[in-house]
Design a protein around this ligand. Structure first.
Ligand code: 6R9
Length: 649
């Protein structure tokens, strides 16, 4: 299909009301590249600084000295920017609309209430001895307390590390240890799609693991009142610790480069890495992108369906919208519960104007046909957004035509945990849309495509996506392991940030992300390292070796396909497949559940012993005719054997 087939031009009406029309985008983009210092100095003014920065950009991408600092002599507090400065003008405005999993449960939290509750929790944290520089792990349902906990940490200068509520006890333990957290904040249970998830039990299990002794307290929000165990002296109820506190708590003056949060994400090798995000640059960038990309206007009701456990939840449920004084909707449930009409019904119920969701959610609804939207009108919608994985043109068109009634611009936003905020995306008043393309770079972003040797490619072409210069929202390091940060992102191509994504650029300079070029899977918009799943599998006594690849999946984007070589004397069986599947779920979490397991008496390897994943990917995708060159294999016959016994028929 040609890229030119469907172009949705910017409408005059939208261009007129938008923050940026074509000319403004062009001029601002040019300014941001020509003179980043003056551009970002001006943009930093969108925040309230205790000490305004005079030193704006001090960054190096050189492999020998990766050092990224923005606004380095400025001081500010993120919670004060998200709460205090709105009190006078919008204290009674709703900051968070909470929509429960159960359609009969909802509540509105005003800016003043959010401010007071945050301060109370901040005081409770201080009482526990938590202060500037300490880390706190959050393992929370999608409830306002999740945002309150993030903001309370920010208020006293503590660093939060949010762990997605779908992760396993082992994953929690790994992250508590990695961040050296003295406190975990959680809830008794979370509720999603009518099912309860035992968060507190998971934390209990996590804290029996060796190395987690550093964690002294577990603070528990009572969400469901479900049965939980209690460890006297260690555990405390959120409401008991918080209700009694003063609603005032001074905001700590933080340097712009002090850490705000750690967020773990999967890479192509080793255990998940904790990306370190800092204060001034991150908030400037989250707020600015939220305003321009979603064309956020005063009074808009804005809904991002992500979970706060992911970066999208950090930047576009909590920090960006609250810094802008927006009303942000937080949804506890899933778009298909109790029925597939729920997404549209929530839009109608709260008169949502801006809807930001993931391709996997769109495809899941699309599979049920246009009728799933018949229970709602979605008249309030003005803008749609997509994030997390490439959106195929069919899903784009359906999202636009059916959910958006064919009249809302759809912004496909490409970015990463590492980038802190949106990097490539249309601006609704400035960029003509092409379904499937993330379109053009945001202000200050200098993307480039390079070949495998790092040579920059010009014009319409395809290559590895790199970013040539720093932007304020960028992660500064990997927590406790700067060398790994340098290795992972700056050593493949010296002087460039390597994204791990492949990308095509068309004749109009539009970017089309083609997916990861490393061993990272994207399953329903969630990043999974193949190495993580493999190391979980080989820890099972039956398994000698395992290789994990992705394969095209209609709803999830990518499915997880696993090749397992069993130890001598172990008989393959369907029971064993089930057992291995459960093993991975338990070890990492339900999002890592294998879709297909194939027994592999042998794996295709080069003579130097490297598994040839390229071949395994082809077999998993049932593209067995185009296996390419297999001459470097140590034993080509294993490939025939694998093809003959393909499990994904
Ligand atoms: C924000 C987020 C990052 C990876 C990224 C890429 C994929 C995200 C995308 C997209 C194509 C988009 N990705 N958005 N691919 N088009 N609009 O998702 O962060 O969880 O770190 O994932 O997701 O492969 O490298 P994260």
């Amino acid at each position: 299909m040609s890229d030119q087939q469907h172009v949705y031009p910017v409408s005059d009406a939208i261009a007129q009301r938008a923050w940026a029309d074509r000319e403004t985008y062009q001029a601002m983009y040019q300014h941001s590249l020509d003179d980043p210092e003056s551009f970002w100095k001006e943009q930093a003014k969108r925040l309230e600084w205790i000490t305004p920065p005079t030193r704006i950009k001090n960054t190096s991408f050189s492999r020998d000295n990766v050092d990224i600092r923005w606004f380095e002599d400025g001081e500010l507090n993120v919670a004060a920017n998200c709460l205090d400065r709105h009190l006078e003008t919008r204290g009674d405005q709703t900051a968070i609309i909470w929509e429960g999993d159960d359609p009969n449960e909802a509540k509105h939290v005003t800016y003043r209430e959010l401010y007071e509750r945050t301060n109370q929790l901040a005081n409770a944290l201080k009482e526990l001895g938590i202060g500037k520089g300490d880390t706190v792990t959050l393992y929370m349902p999608m409830i306002p307390e999740a945002a309150i906990a993030m903001l309370a940490c920010a208020r006293i200068g503590a660093v939060h590390s949010v762990v997605f509520g779908g992760f396993s006890p082992d994953a929690v333990a790994q992250r508590v240890i990695g961040a050296d957290s003295r406190l975990v904040i959680t809830a008794d249970e979370s509720v999603r799609g009518g099912k309860h998830v035992p968060l507190k039990d998971n934390v209990d299990a996590a804290l029996t693991r060796k190395g987690t002794e550093v964690c002294q307290h577990v603070m528990v929000v009572k969400r469901t009142g479900g049965d939980i165990d209690w460890q006297q002296g260690r555990d405390l109820w959120f409401h008991e610790a918080v209700d009694k506190q003063s609603t005032e708590c001074p905001a700590e003056a933080m340097n712009a480069e002090d850490p705000l949060f750690i967020l773990y994400t999967s890479g192509s090798t080793g255990a998940p890495k904790g990306l370190k995000h800092t204060t001034g640059g991150y908030l400037t960038y989250a707020a600015m992108t939220h305003q321009y990309v979603f064309d956020y206007q005063e009074g808009d009701i804005y809904w991002c369906t992500a979970d706060v456990g992911w970066v999208t939840g950090h930047s576009y449920i909590v920090y960006g919208p609250l810094a802008n004084g927006a009303t942000t909707l937080m949804f506890e449930g899933v778009p298909s519960y109790p029925t597939h009409g729920r997404l549209g019904e929530v839009v109608d119920k709260h008169k949502v104007n801006i809807l930001y969701t993931a391709p996997t959610a769109v495809r899941a609804l699309m599979a049920h046909g246009d009728k799933v939207m018949e229970t709602s009108s979605r008249e309030s919608l003005r803008l749609l957004g997509s994030v997390g994985e490439p959106i195929n043109p069919e899903a784009w068109e359906w999202f636009h035509r059916v959910i958006g009634n064919g009249r809302c611009p759809l912004v496909d936003t490409w970015w990463q945990t590492e980038t802190g905020g949106i990097m490539i995306a249309p601006l609704p008043g400035a960029t003509d849309l092409k379904p499937g393309s993330a379109t053009k770079p945001f202000f200050g972003i200098k993307p480039a495509l390079v070949d495998n040797e790092g040579q920059e490619l010009e014009g319409a072409t395809e290559g590895n996506l790199v970013i040539l210069d720093s932007w304020p929202g960028q992660a500064r390091s990997i927590w406790g392991d700067h060398e790994r940060f340098v290795q992972t992102y700056f050593s493949t191509y010296d002087g460039m940030y390597f994204t791990g994504d492949g990308c095509r650029r068309d004749e109009d300079g539009y970017y089309w992300i083609t997916g990861r070029v490393d061993d990272v899977l994207n399953v329903s918009g969630h990043r999974m390292g193949t190495a993580e799943i493999e190391s979980s599998l080989v820890a099972h006594t039956a398994v000698a070796e395992a290789a994990v690849v992705g394969f095209p999946h209609d709803i999830k984007g990518q499915g997880i396909y696993i090749y397992v070589t069993l130890n001598d004397g172990i008989e393959p069986s369907d029971e064993l497949k089930k057992e291995l599947s459960l093993w991975v779920r338990k070890d990492i979490g339900p999002i890592a559940s294998p879709d297909v397991i194939q027994w592999a008496p042998g794996l295709p390897k080069t003579r130097s012993g490297k598994i040839m994943r390229r071949i395994l990917r082809k077999i998993a995708a049932n593209e067995c005719d185009g296996l390419g060159d297999t001459s470097t294999l140590a034993d080509p016959s294993v490939v025939d054997e694998l093809i003959e016994h393909r499990a994904n028929k």
